[in-house]
Design a protein around this ligand. Structure first.
Ligand code: VTB
Length: 336
């Protein structure tokens, strides 16, 4: 993938973030998501790639755009897998909360794991512990190993975890172990990335979140030289064995077998992302630890975007000023 594509992909997350921002704090997460999906699609279709969405908004039946299997780009260019989450944090956007981002990962064709939209247990760590984590061992053992690799005592290790009821017991255990816990309400992609940012104090991200978000995280973690292991979890395992969740779990198991993956099996980073040829872009929608959010004054808006190229491991931050009334006509309605 040519490095020039990095700027093209950054434009796609920028417009998606701007479209979502227009609907910030309106209590309507679907509307914010839809606007971002439309904007991202317009932009992606201008890029000289032969792209296929492998992680997207869902199947064609329930997602009219950026659905799994949709081709994007002008078709004049390299074949690439595209993983998108136009609004990572639809709830945060609807409620006007921090840490919402728009993300996209592009990778060499065939290199991204195709996983159904289900839950995933994820353990993500900083580069110093690469090759040393093992989800078949306990969390405590893994944390001790990561602390050792990072050359710090357990008391100085910072673990980010989604603040969800399913993690209450784990959070208690983490306190007992003596590590520092950052429990964040939503958005485990940004939290995963923080483990590998040189200026962040987060060492580890652990917990159960979405599988599509997990594969996007894996792409950027591979690009940044960190490590990750994961397990797909059926809903009854992730959220409790109610009759409804058990039924849901059965359907998920079928989907998994169609896609050639098995819930509960350990997935290594290299199995989830098979190549270093990755370009990742994330634009902040609202302020967060990873990125500044959008500011907007009438028709002038600013964005901050993180662009990472796996091959060279270059991390760029792009600050842009957008004159929204000068954007292409198909975007104006969505953005203004
Ligand atoms: C997960 C996580 C995401 O939503 O999908 C979570 O990976 C959903 O969790 O980053 P619940 O089903 O328990 O609400 C996010 O936090 C935001 O999209």
């Amino acid at each position: 993938m040519k490095r020039e594509l990095a700027i093209e992909f950054s434009r796609a997350t920028e417009v998606a973030a701007l479209a979502a921002y227009k609907l910030l704090g309106r209590g309507d997460k679907n509307a914010a998501d839809q606007a971002a999906v439309t904007a991202m699609r317009v932009m992606l279709n201008k890029v000289d790639i032969n792209g296929e969405v492998v992680i997207g908004e869902g199947e064609i039946d329930d997602a009219p755009m950026l659905y799994i299997g949709e081709s994007v780009g002008t078709k004049h260019g390299v074949d690439v897998d595209i993983a998108v989450d136009p609004v990572e944090g639809t709830r945060m956007t609807a409620l006007g909360q921090n840490n919402a981002v728009s993300v996209l990962a592009a990778a060499e064709k065939g290199s991204l794991l195709q996983a159904p939209d289900m839950y995933m247990e994820k353990l993500v760590c900083r580069p110093e512990a690469k090759g040393k984590i093992d989800l078949s061992k306990s969390l405590a053992e893994n944390l001790k190993t990561i602390a050792k690799c990072a050359n710090k005592p357990l008391e100085k290790l910072t673990v980010a975890i989604l603040a969800k009821p399913r993690h209450d017991e784990i959070i208690k255990k983490l306190y007992t172990l003596g590590v520092k816990v950052f429990a964040f309400p939503d958005g485990d992609v940004a939290a995963s990335i923080l483990t590998c940012m040189p200026d962040s104090e987060v060492d580890v991200m652990y917990g159960i979140g979405g599988a599509p978000e997990g594969v996007i995280s894996a792409a950027v973690i591979r690009a940044l030289g960190g490590d990750m292991q994961a397990k797909l979890l059926t809903r009854d395992i992730a959220k409790g064995a109610t009759l409804e969740n058990i039924d849901h779990g059965k359907v998920e198991k079928q989907r998994c077998s169609q896609m050639g993956v098995t819930p509960g099996d350990i997935l290594t980073l290299e199995q989830m992302v098979k190549s270093d040829h990755i370009i990742f872009s994330a634009t902040g929608i609202t302020n967060g630890d990873l990125l500044q959010g959008i500011t907007r004054n009438d028709n002038i808006a600013t964005t901050e975007t993180l662009v990472i190229r796996g091959k060279s491991r270059t991390i760029r931050r792009i600050k842009s000023i957008h004159y929204l009334d000068r954007k292409d006509s198909e975007l104006k309605d969505i953005l203004l």
